[in-house]
Design a protein around this ligand. Structure first.
Ligand SMILES: [Zn+2]
Length: 110
């Protein structure tokens, strides 16, 4: 049996982690921007690091959106319902991936 309260607690914890990470990443990005070196080699490396950091920051934001969306779905009592076909999402799937919003069929249909 899927424990919605437990999923809710897990998702909220995940949200906190992601928010902390997102803040840290944006601080780092700001720091990189301030410290761009005049040395061209250093600068190339810094820009590369910045690109990687930006990519991670973007992924973190996307994950955060998914987690927030899942928390909202719990509030609305729609957590176990697939957003496409409106069938129940498999409990094992939700336990493994707490912020999925599609059942396995819809997810694999793309
Ligand atoms: Zn579905």
């Amino acid at each position: 049996m899927l424990d919605i309260n437990l999923m809710d607690a897990q998702l909220k914890q995940k949200q906190e982690e992601l928010e902390t990470r997102a803040k840290k990443l944006s601080d780092e990005l700001m720091h990189v921007n301030e410290e761009i070196s005049k040395d061209s080699e250093d600068r190339a490396q810094q820009l590369e690091n910045e690109e990687v950091a930006e990519e991670i920051a973007e992924q973190t934001q996307q994950e955060l959106q998914q987690v927030k969306h899942a928390i909202l779905r719990i509030k609305q009592g729609e957590y176990t319902r697939c957003e496409l076909c409106e069938e129940e999402i498999e409990q094992d799937r939700l336990m493994a991936l707490p912020y999925v919003s599609l059942c396995v069929q819809c997810a694999s249909d793309g």
